[in-house]
Write a protein that binds this ligand. Structure first.
Ligand code: IVH
Length: 723
C-alpha cells in the first residue's frame, strides 16, 4: 500500500507500521529480508516523523518503540470470529453406531459422511482477509485464542497469501481451521539434534509442537520444522461452500495444505473400513494420529443438525486406544534381578494404557534415567512398547514447577546391602555380587524357576516366591534353587497359614510386598492367590520327572542361557553331568554355542554351591524327560530378522544363509514382530523404523553373538550398547 496517499495521519501510520513490522519479521525471524537496511531506516524515520506530529500515535506497540534485534510474540487474547468447537468422542463401534442412528433418525436417512484422520497436534485458526494472512490464533477456550501470528508465519506450509483460481477466487475473508503438527521423522531428527545440543529432549511430537508454537521468540519457532493440515473453515465472506469436501477443494486451490486421505462414503460400514485401515496403518502416516474424524459432508445438513455448546452433532471423533498417556512419576526405586543386576524402576500414578493399568516400568539402568532426562516428580509420557511392556518415553519438561528432584543410584543392594559393582570395568550395569545369599536375588531366581520359559509351575508365582524366600515370619524354607525341589510338607508348616491368609485377601498381582511388573520383556506371572502349599508341593513333585533337561538348565539362571541356548545345550550334552564336565572347547565345538555362552557355563559350574544345586535336585529325584531330537540344531527358530546396510564380514546372501540355516526367518521389512534388525554401514530407513518401533538393533558384533550364542546373548549386547 502507498502510505503517502493515505487520507489521515492515523491511516498513514498504520500502513507504514505494518510495512515496517513485516520487514522486521522477515529480517529477524525468517532471515530473509525483502528491503535493504537503508530503506528500513528511511521508513522508520518517516514513522517517527508522523509520531512527532501526532504523539497519540506513539503507542507501546509501535515499531518505533521496539528494541532493535528483539522480536517477541505477545500472546494477546483475541476473539475468534466464529467459535471453535471441540468434538465428541466415540471409543467403540457401538458408540459410533449410536451417533449415526441419531442422525438417521433426525434426517430419515444417513447422509454422505466424510472420513479424515484425527491429527494429534494443536488446533490453529488462520484469518485471511483479501487473501492475506492477518492473524493466527490458538484454539484457547474456543471463543478466544492467543495471538501467535509471528510464530504461525514461520510454518512453511502456511501460506501468507492465498492464490485464487477461476473456480475458487480468493474470498474477502475466511477463517481456516487446522492442526499444527511435527511430522514423526522431522521430530525424531530434530529431537536427536536438540538432545545433542542441550542435553534435553521432548517426550513426543505433540509436546514439541506445542512448545514450538508457544515460543516468545518466533526465530526459535522458525528453527522447528512444523507442518499444518487444514480441517475446516470458520467465518467466511465471499465464499459459500456446499459441503465439507467442497470447502477442502477451495482450500486446496487457494494453496492451503489439505489432506489427500479424506474420503467421502455412503455407509457406516465404509466408515468402519476406513477406521480399521488406519488403525492398522497408523504408523504409515507421516504424522501421529489419535483417531478418525467423521463429518456429515453436506453443509446444509450440518446446519440442520446443529451443535451443542461444546461440539457439533454433525461430527464425531473415533478415538484409537492411546499408545501414549501421561502420568506422574512418583518415585524411582531400584530392584535386584535374578542375575544380580540392580535396575532402577519407575513408580507412577496408576494409569491405563493400551488396555491395562500400569503403575511401574523398568528404567533398565541409571544411564537411561539420565538419557531420558527424568526427574522424580515429573509428568512423564508412558507407552507400551510392542503393546506389552510399559516404557517411559520421557518427561514433559514444560510442566515442571521446580519441585522435581534427581534420582541418585544407590551404592548398595536394596535387598542385602552389599556394595554394588560393575561386573567388569566399563559396564554401565551395577550388580550385587552376593548371589548366594542376597535374598532379593534368590527370590527373583525362585520366581523365575516357576515361569513359563523355565519349569512352568502354575502354583509358583511371585507371591509364592516371596513367601518361600522372605516369609513374613519364621525361617525361609528355600535358600537356593536346590531347596525348591527338595521341599516337604513340614518345611511349609509356617507358610501354610501365611499363604492362605494372603490368598484370601489378595488378587493376582496385587501383593503389597513387592512391585508387580515386567523385567526383560517377560511378563511376570502372578501366583494363583489361593494356591495352597499342597498344590505347590504336588506340582513341584510332578515337574521333577515331567520336564525336559533344557527347562532345568534355563531355571539355573546361568547368564546368556535362555530357552534357545538351553535347547542346544541339552541336545549336545544330554545330562547334567555331561554339561558339568564339558570344557570350554567342548562347548564351543557345539553348533550354536559361541564363546560367550561357553565361558558363562564353565564359570557357573566352577562354583561349588552351584554344583550343589544339581546335587540337591538329583537327591530329590529329578530325572529330566528325554525328548526326541529334531534334525540339526535350530537355535534361532521362531525369530524374524532383518538385515540392512553393509556388513564387513558377510555378503547379504551369506548373512541370510547363516540365519536361515539356524532356523530364523529373514524378512525384508521391519515390523513390531521383527526380533532383530542387523545394521551394517550406511543403513537405510529400516534402521529408523527399527528405532521408532523399539525393535532390537544389532551391529555386526551383535550379529555374530546372535549366530554364535543365540538371541538371549545377542539381546544382552543391545542393552549395553543402548546405555
Ligand atoms: S474438526 C467442529 N477434524 O481435534 C469441528 N478436528 O478433539 C472441529 N483435530 O479441536 C474440529 N484432527 O484440534 C477436526 N480432522 C480433524 C481433526 C481435528 C485433529 C483436533 C481439533 C479439535 C480436536 C477435538
Amino acid at each position: 500500500m502507498d502510505e503517502t496517499t493515505a487520507a489521515t495521519p492515523a491511516q498513514q501510520h498504520a500502513a507504514l507500521a505494518e510495512e515496517i513490522e513485516n520487514a522486521r519479521y522477515r529480517y529477524y525471524v525468517l532471515d530473509a529480508p525483502t528491503i535493504s537496511d537503508a530503506d528500513f531506516d528511511v521508513k522508520l524515520r518517516q514513522l517517527e516523523a508522523i509520531e512527532d506530529a501526532n504523539p497519540e500515535l506513539r503507542t507501546p506497540d509501535s515499531p518505533t518503540q521496539k528494541v532493535a534485534g528483539a522480536y517477541e510474540t505477545e500472546f494477546t487474547s483475541v476473539p475468534h470470529l466464529e467459535r471453535m468447537l471441540s468434538l465428541d468422542n466415540a471409543f467403540t463401534a457401538e458408540e459410533l453406531q449410536t451417533w449415526a442412528d441419531r442422525i438417521e433418525k433426525d434426517l430419515g436417512a444417513l447422509p454422505e459422511l466424510l472420513c479424515e484422520l484425527k491429527v494429534d497436534g494443536l488446533a490453529i485458526n488462520l484469518l485471511y482477509e483479501k487473501g492475506k494472512l492477518t492473524r493466527a490464533l490458538t484454539r484457547g477456550d474456543g471463543r478466544t485464542g492467543e495471538d501467535i501470528t509471528p510464530n504461525a508465519k514461520t510454518i512453511q506450509t502456511i501460506p501468507q497469501t492465498l492464490t485464487g483460481t477461476d473456480e475458487f477466487p480468493v474470498p474477502e475473508l475466511v477463517e481456516v481451521r487446522g492442526e499444527v503438527y511435527f511430522a514423526v521423522q522431522a521430530f525424531d531428527e530434530w529431537n536427536e539434534k536438540i538432545l545433542a545440543e542441550t542435553g534435553r529432549s521432548y517426550a513426543n511430537a505433540r509436546n514439541a509442537a506445542a512448545g514450538s508454537l508457544r515460543q516468545k521468540d518466533p526465530r526459535v519457532t522458525a528453527q522447528r520444522p512444523l507442518s499444518m493440515v487444514v480441517h475446516g473453515i470458520g467465518a467466511r465472506k465471499g465464499f459459500t461452500p456446499t459441503s465439507q469436501s467442497h470447502s477442502y477443494e477451495a482450500l486446496r486451490a487457494w494453496g492451503l495444505p489439505t489432506s489427500d486421505r479424506v474420503k467421502v462414503v455412503k455407509t457406516l460400514k465404509d466408515v468402519q473400513k476406513y477406521i480399521d485401515y488406519y488403525n492398522k496403518h497408523r504408523h504409515d502416516v507421516e504424522h501421529e494420529i489419535d483417531g478418525v474424524v467423521v463429518k456429515v459432508d453436506a453443509l446444509p445438513i450440518q446446519g440442520r443438525l446443529g451443535s451443542t455448546s461444546r461440539a457439533p452433532r454433525w461430527a464425531i471423533a473415533f478415538k484409537y486406544p492411546p499408545e501414549e498417556v501421561t502420568t506422574k512419576l512418583l518415585d524411582i526405586r531400584v530392584q535386584v534381578g535374578r542375575t544380580g543386576r540392580v535396575t532402577p524402576y519407575a513408580v507412577m500414578e496408576p494409569v491405563t494404557v493400551a488396555g491395562s493399568t500400569v503403575q511401574n516400568a523398568t528404567l533398565h539402568n541409571q544411564a537411561i534415567v539420565v538419557k531420558k532426562g527424568l526427574l522424580i516428580g515429573d509428568t512423564v509420557v508412558l507407552r507400551k512398547a510392542g503393546d506389552v511392556i510399559p516404557e517411559i518415553v520421557g518427561a514433559v519438561q514444560d510442566l515442571r514447577d521446580g519441585s522435581e528432584r534427581e534420582f541418585v543410584m544407590p551404592e548398595n543392594c536394596p535387598d542385602c546391602g552389599t556394595k554394588l559393582a560393575p561386573q567388569k570395568e566399563g559396564d554401565i550395569d551395577l550388580r550385587c555380587p552376593n548371589s548366594q545369599f542376597c535374598l532379593g536375588q534368590i527370590r527373583e531366581r525362585i520366581d523365575f524357576m516357576g515361569s513359563r520359559n523355565a519349569l512352568d509351575i502354575e502354583a509358583l508365582g511371585y507371591e509364592s516366591a516371596v513367601a518361600l524366600t522372605q516369609p513374613a515370619a519364621g525361617t525361609a524354607p528355600v535358600h537356593d534353587e536346590g531347596d525348591l525341589l527338595s521341599l516337604k510338607l513340614e518345611d511349609l508348616a509356617d507358610l501354610k497359614m501365611l499363604q492362605s491368609k494372603r490368598g484370601a485377601d489378595a488378587k493376582p498381582g496385587e501383593t503389597e510386598l513387592v512391585p508387580y511388573f515386567f523385567t526383560k520383556g517377560t511378563p511376570k506371572k502372578p501366583s494363583v492367590p489361593t494356591a495352597t502349599t499342597e498344590l505347590l508341593l504336588q506340582q513341584l513333585e510332578l515337574v521333577k520327572t515331567d520336564r525336559p533337561l533344557w527347562r532345568f538348565l534355563v531355571s539355573l539362571s546361568i547368564r546368556h542361557v535362555g530357552p534357545t541356548a538351553a535347547r542346544v545345550l541339552a541336545r549336545e550334552f544330554p545330562s547334567f553331568d555331561a554339561l558339568a564336565n564339558a570344557t570350554e572347547e567342548d562347548l564351543k565345538a557345539a553348533n550354536g554355542i559361541g564363546p560367550t555362552i561357553a565361558t558363562a557355563i564353565v564359570e557357573w559350574f566352577a562354583v561349588d554351591w552351584h554344583r550343589a544345586i544339581i546335587g540337591k535336585w538329583q537327591a530329590a529325584g529329578v530325572v529330566p524327560v528325554v525328548e526326541s531330537q529334531p534334525e540339526g540344531p535350530r537355535p534361532l527358530e521362531g525369530l524374524s530378522v532383518v538385515v540392512t546396510g553393509t556388513l564387513a564380514g558377510f555378503t547379504r546372501d551369506g548373512a541370510a544363509e547363516e540365519l536361515t540355516s539356524r532356523g530364523a526367518k529373514v524378512s525384508g521389512s521391519v515390523s513390531k514382530k521383527t526380533s532383530f534388525v542387523v545394521v551394517g554401514d550406511n543403513p537405510g530407513t529400516k534402521y529408523d523404523k527399527a528405532l521408532s518401533l523399539g525393535v532390537k538393533v544389532l551391529d555386526e558384533e551383535g550379529f555374530k553373538v546372535l549366530l554364535g550364542d543365540g538371541p538371549q546373548a545377542a539381546a544382552d549386547t543391545v542393552t549395553e550398547a543402548e546405555a
